[in-house]
Design a protein around this ligand. Structure first.
Ligand SMILES: *Cc1c(COP(=O)(O)O)cnc(C)c1O
Ligand SMILES: [Zn+2]
Length: 374
């Protein structure tokens, strides 16, 4: 039986309890040991919902989906080294956030909730708005005033109500939290159901490798939705004996906003607040990640570590991949720049898996500036 558990006080809640955080104010996780085995999926459609038994939604009729997922795992040469890269920029709303939104909005539908609030620097807002449109659920997306115009247009196109909040990314989070007091907070950082979607990344990678585990996965880290989802997925597959161990997780942050990197290398368990400067990697510029200590623990238990990349590295990686035929967001190029940095220190051959997180057409105006400079 799956249930929600508080990481701080240990309180337990049923999955049909419409709450997104504990009474004590802390974050909730979902404790779940799925009854899943690879034999189940052989004849199913190629979407992330093929791992149905591993996704804690009770009724099939609650599922809100565009048949998304099972993205190609494509070999891409990065500085000459073959890396297997999940093409998650090909999701319906243009980023891997659809993995989380599909499961979260399915849960919202199952709970009978008709109005949700979310805050985002862009892609999570787009994903939640798209799935709410599909399910005919009203949603209100709070965004920082300086969000990419393309993402704002996309959110409005889906029919969401858009609230532009002056000030920092953290001011936007506060504004959404306030609004959520009167509705349900469909937050990609707080809500534990989002991570039940992002964990399908790990299931897909293992299946695409013939139910084997890579040596290393290199992922972006802002709020850690992919790092934590992947860690959960790989751990579940290990616990059920499908793979023998979990891969080492290398988490990439932007040099101009790297609270997790700092805490990890200074051996801290909590995340000290950082001042953030502008970065091309807007999607991972999170100064105060709500699941910070959980992200540190996940990376540590995987045997991995954190690294940072500069905007110059991001620009170079973005343009290098463009010349290979890939159009990805500058934020996604932070991860690929991180691969380059990782490869420099790698001593023996490893099977490396990474991800293109978002489509470049989302930030055309930023890419325009980069190509003008390079
Ligand atoms: C959300 C996002 C990330 C980082 O994810 P976190 O959950 O904040 O760690 C990376 N790339 C893109 C394009 C994103 O939208
Ligand atoms: Zn609690």
């Amino acid at each position: 039986m799956a249930e929600m558990i508080c990481r701080t006080c240990g309180r337990v809640y049923a999955l049909d309890d419409p709450r997104w955080r504990c009474q004590c104010g802390s974050i909730l996780d979902i404790a779940f040991a799925p009854a899943f085995n690879p034999g189940m999926v052989r004849h199913r459609p190629h979407s992330m919902w093929r791992y149905r038994e591993a996704i804690p939604i009770t009724h099939d009729t609650s599922i809100v989906s565009f048949d998304e997922g099972f993205t190609p795992l494509l070999e891409v040469r990065i500085n000459g080294y073959p890396v297997l890269v999940k093409q998650d920029h090909l999701f319906p709303s243009g980023s891997y956030k659809d993995r989380g939104a599909s499961v979260l909005i399915s849960k919202v539908k199952e709970l009978g909730i008709s109005h949700v609030v979310e805050d985002s620097s862009g892609n999570a807002g787009c994903a939640v708005a798209a799935y709410c449109a599909r399910a005919r659920i009203r949603c209100e997306i709070h965004v920082p005033q300086d969000t990419s115009p393309g993402k704002l247009a996309q959110i409005r196109l889906y029919g969401a109500s858009l609230k532009k909040v002056p000030g920092s990314r953290e001011d936007t989070a506060r504004s959404a939290l306030q609004a959520a007091a009167e509705s349900y907070y469909a937050s990609h950082s707080w809500n534990p159901f989002f991570f039940q979607g992002t964990k399908t990344f790990a299931y897909e990678v293992c299946e695409q490798l013939g139910w084997k585990c890579p040596d290393t996965v290199i992922l972006p880290a802002g709020n850690g939705t992919l790092v934590l989802g992947a860690h959960t997925g790989f751990s579940e597959l290990r616990d059920s004996g499908i793979i023998g161990r979990i891969p080492k997780i290398i988490a990439v942050q932007a040099e101009n906003c790297a609270p997790l990197y700092r805490a990890f290398h200074e051996g801290l368990g909590e995340i000290p607040p950082v001042e953030k400067a502008d970065t091309l990697a807007e999607g991972i510029a999170i100064a105060d990640p709500v699941r910070g200590s959980q992200i540190l623990e996940a990376v540590k238990t995987s045997g991995g570590s954190f690294l940072t990349v500069s905007d110059t590295q991001v620009m170079h990686s973005l343009t290098a991949l463009g010349k290979e035929g890939f159009c990805i967001e500058p934020t996604s190029a932070a991860t690929t720049a991180g691969i380059e940095t990782y490869l420099e220190s790698m001593s023996s051959n490893e099977l490396i898996v990474s991800v293109f997180t978002g489509h470049g057409l989302k930030s055309a105006e930023k890419i325009e500036k980069v190509v003008a400079q390079c």
